[in-house]
Write a protein that binds this ligand. Structure first.
Ligand SMILES: [Zn+2]
Ligand SMILES: [Zn+2]
Length: 125
């Protein structure tokens, strides 16, 4: 598989029972459907995101991204409340592409939200 952003070679990276593809050049990471959701709940999984976030931000400007699995134009996702979290999503095969450093942010943010929700809930009691 070729990287949808820089056309570099992707290599398989395994974390427990989940295998993702990481670009050997820009270190962006491809997740098949639901892999990102599963991985972000697993402790230590941010270890797969080895790339430099500075390099990842340079690739944020590339928005014309074609899904490497099904050749569909991917859509650029930005979380309105957390605009620094950006990634590409395929609306056909539900694959996700994160630039270097983005999966760490994605995961970190979820953990923070989780604790925020917990404290919000305990306050209501
Ligand atoms: Zn790449
Ligand atoms: Zn696709």
């Amino acid at each position: 598989m070729k990287c949808p952003k820089c056309n570099g070679d992707m290599e398989s990276v395994q974390y427990e029972d989940i295998e993702v593809d990481r670009c050997t050049s820009c270190e962006g990471i491809w997740f098949d459907m639901l892999e990102a959701d599963k991985l972000r709940t697993m402790s230590g999984s941010e270890a797969i995101d080895t790339g430099d976030p500075k390099l990842g931000r340079e690739y944020d400007d590339i928005h014309n991204v074609i899904c490497p699995k099904c050749q569909t134009q991917m859509i650029h996702m930005v979380d309105r409340r957390k605009p620094y979290i950006q990634y590409e999503a395929c609306t056909v095969c539900y694959g996700l592409f994160f630039d270097a450093g983005e999966f760490r942010q994605f995961k970190h943010q979820t953990v923070l939200d989780f604790f925020r929700n917990l404290s919000a809930r305990s306050r209501k009691k």
